[in-house]
Design a protein around this ligand. Structure first.
Ligand SMILES: Cc1cc2nc3c(=O)[nH]c(=O)nc-3n(C[C@H](O)[C@H](O)[C@H](O)COP(=O)(O)O)c2cc1C
Ligand code: SF4
Length: 681
């Protein structure tokens, strides 16, 4: 039966038939090895292909030249060795009728000089990019010649690998650096008039067309409005889009609005949790209307309804749902099978993107299978072993995940939760209204557990005997932790925990000092609530910059709130003690750097964040009664085999603990524990 769902209609792009309207736009997950897209990279894209997507734009900013060193694991498309790897990747996606293209670029000033071959970074003019901090040299004639040739040979490699097309990255990189008045101060034939500013682009287009011919699909992901005073204006941007559309040299436009030269600007291009959904969709629609040319676009179109709207209203030809597919690579399959409600939502946490800028690989905050396809399946199959009775204590993220996975495997699962609601620390985090979407992590799991027939007993404080009464085969302790104070020489009983502030059990006082040496969202969330409540706040951190466990994009909304509310930020400073004086508290401060240095602050409230201590009483009481005495074989957890050593012949059940019940960590760690242990039951 053919569907009339606008999202599922095919789209003809030149000779290519894209089977529906949904794509993943280019993004570098930093899964490359030696700059090559090997097994991990391939499996990651193949999973999206299996999930029904029509087009995957691989790589993020695959680099065409040596003097564009990888900034975040970018593929080396300047190297012939990439051809067979790309070919394998293309074959793996083509098997599922998913078209495969790649984004290629010269990063220009958006990288560092102190990497790879230590070649100088270059740009149209020597204007430094705040995010990467390299001072670029002005590109010279001989640079232009070789880079244009590099684009052409890179495109040829992509064609030789059997890819369906390429796109140029032209926002924040070398190519659009020529377009923007903010970064092009030249007075030669590459500066000044729009014709001149487009000269480099046209040289590249001509050289690429000469190398790949007319038939190969060549598109451009381009900024059409830099949206800041000195940047490329909307008027000029749309003019460029029109000229490119009419040039006969490109086959699609993939529209970007905004600048990416700083983290703060980048969040407007790639909005994070708490920011608007699809902020630039109307703009992309304007470009499509003005150019009447195939138009693609992505920017926080995370749900199927918005994506459908984008296509149905003719704003886009292809809609990018990029992070949405990092969270759930099977979106289209679920839509086609009438299981839209089972789609795991992208909650905008932007853990994925923040990790790559911190030198890690992209991981989804609540889908631990993404990027780990070789070890962890996205679709969990039933166990071939015996069906077991599993008791999970704790309905936080980790507990719900292990319950979900175990139930998918066919086991009978009961969850015991002490409070009246599921969610644990995530529910606490969502007390910051800006981060309320995180509750999707819990709600999706609760819906899955309901579908799988898992019983959750709320308001049940489980003691040893309550667990034993259920005669479990496996007991999972996912009880989380409780907040602990930082080491203080005095005043432990005078401080308030960030949890109390988040939960609303203690109101922010008028004049507050918040000390955070944990470095993640917990302290910052409390600080944002305190600042928004109108308190005078000083944030104190012992680190070189505050909240180092959080990436640059998540930093932005906190910093915005702190500056708007006049929060004082003090770094490189420890909280040593707290004492009461009259009806105020005196916080004594110390330094790791200058031994004798002391400072004092007189405030109404001292709030502290120092992570959690595991709530492990239940685990410790069950340990001697279990078959494995709580032990886990980590070697086998990583490489395969039975992970629960038999240490106690008298034991009645297997016991393990996950998430913060082991040690204070984060949401991804708890969920990763949940699935990797759950798969081994
Ligand atoms: C991990 C990650 C890496 C990215 N790298 C690139 C890149 O190299 N080039 C690019 O054009 N966009 C990159 N993006 C941006 C995405 O293509 C997309 O525009 C963005 O995620 C917004 O779309 P979404 O809300 O559907 O995720 C990246 C995104 C993510 C999450
Ligand atoms: S980490 Fe957050 S933003 Fe990234 S894919 Fe997962 S849910 Fe979406």
């Amino acid at each position: 039966m053919t569907s009339n769902d606008p999202l599922l209609q095919p789209y003809q792009l030149k000779h290519l038939t894209l089977k529906n309207r949904v794509m993943s736009t280019s993004h570098e997950p930093a899964y490359s090895e030696d700059g090559m897209p090997k097994q991990r990279y391939r499996l990651y894209h193949a999973e999206k292909a299996k999930g029904g997507m029509a087009l995957t734009m691989t790589a993020g900013s695959a680099i065409v030249s040596r003097d564009s060193p990888a900034a975040f694991g970018n593929l080396h498309v300047y190297d012939d060795r990439i051809v067979p790897w790309l070919a394998e990747l293309a074959d793996a996606c083509h098997e599922h009728d998913c078209k495969v293209m790649i984004q290629i670029t010269h990063l220009g000033r958006r990288t560092g000089w102190n990497k790879a071959d230590w070649l100088p970074v270059l740009s149209a003019s020597p204007v430094r990019e705040p995010a990467h901090r390299a001072f670029p040299k002005t590109i010279e004639d001989w640079d232009i010649e070789r880079i244009v040739a590099d684009y052409a040979s890179a495109a040829q490699r992509c064609q030789a690998a059997g890819l369906d097309g390429i796109e140029f990255e032209s926002y924040g990189h070398l190519m659009d650096g020529f377009w923007s008045p903010a970064t092009n101060h030249r007075d030669d034939e590459f500066g000044g008039s729009l014709d001149n500013r487009l000269r480099f682009t046209n040289l590249v287009l001509d050289a690429v067309r000469a190398s790949v011919g007319e038939k190969f699909v060549v598109g451009i992901r381009m900024v059409a409005d830099e949206d800041f005073e000195k940047g490329l204006s909307k008027q000029e941007g749309i003019e460029i889009a029109g000229r490119l559309a009419n040039s006969g040299k490109v086959d699609f436009l993939n529209i970007i609005r905004g600048s990416i030269e700083s983290d703060a600007a980048l969040t407007k291009v790639i909005p994070v949790a708490g920011m608007r959904s699809s902020p630039h969709l109307d703009f992309a629609g304007e470009v499509r209307a003005a150019t009447k040319f195939p138009t693609f676009h992505a920017a926080r179109i995370s749900d199927v309804a918005t994506a459908r709207h984008a296509i149905a209203t003719g704003k886009l030809d292809m809609v990018g749902m990029t992070r949405a597919h990092i969270a759930d690579p099977h979106i289209i399959k679920k839509v086609m099978e009438g299981r839209e409600h089972e789609i795991r939502p992208c909650v905008g946490a932007t853990y994925c993107l923040d990790r790559i800028y911190e030198g890690g690989e992209a991981l989804c905050v609540h889908n631990a299978a993404t990027g780990r396809e070789a070890e962890i399946p996205h679709i969990i199959v039933k166990t071939e072993g015996p069906k077991q009775k599993i008791v999970v204590i704790g309905a936080g993220a980790g507990g719900l995940e292990v319950a979900r996975v175990a139930a998918e495997r066919g086991h009978k699962v009961t969850v015991l939760e002490a409070s009246s609601q599921a969610g644990g620390q995530i529910r606490l985090a969502t007390q910051n209204p800006r981060r309320k979407e995180l509750i999707g992590i819990i709600d999706w799991r609760l819906a899955e557990l309901a579908r799988l027939g898992v019983e959750i007993r709320y308001d049940t404080w489980a003691e040893k005997d309550d667990v034993l009464a259920l005669s479990p085969d496996v007991v999972v302790v996912a009880t989380g932790g409780l907040p602990q104070n930082p080491p203080l020489t005095a005043g432990d009983n005078l401080v308030t925990s960030s949890w109390d502030i988040m939960a609303g059990s203690v109101k922010p006082a008028e004049n507050v000092l918040l000390y955070d040496d944990n470095g993640g969202h917990q302290g910052m969330g409390a600080a944002e609530l305190i600042a928004n409540a109108g308190s005078k706040l000083e944030l104190v951190s012992p680190e070189r910059f505050f909240a180092p466990e959080m990436g640059g994009m998540n930093h932005v909304p906190y910093m915005r709130a702190f500056q708007e509310k006049g929060v004082t930020i003090t770094i490189n400073t420890r909280l040593r003690s707290v004492r009461r004086e009259g009806n105020q508290l005196v916080a004594e401060l110390a330094s790791d750097f200058a031994d004798g240095w002391r400072g004092e602050r007189r405030v109404d409230q001292v709030v502290v964040e120092h992570g959690t201590l595991p709530l492990d009483d239940l685990y410790l009481s069950l340990k001697p009664l279990s078959k494995n005495v709580g032990a886990v074989d980590y070697e086998r957890l990583v490489s395969g085999g039975d992970i629960f050593p038999k240490r106690n012949p008298e034991g009645g059940f297997v016991l393990f603990r996950i998430g913060d019940a082991v040690a204070s960590r984060n949401i991804h760690a708890a969920i990763y524990d949940g699935i990797r242990f759950g798969l081994r039951i």
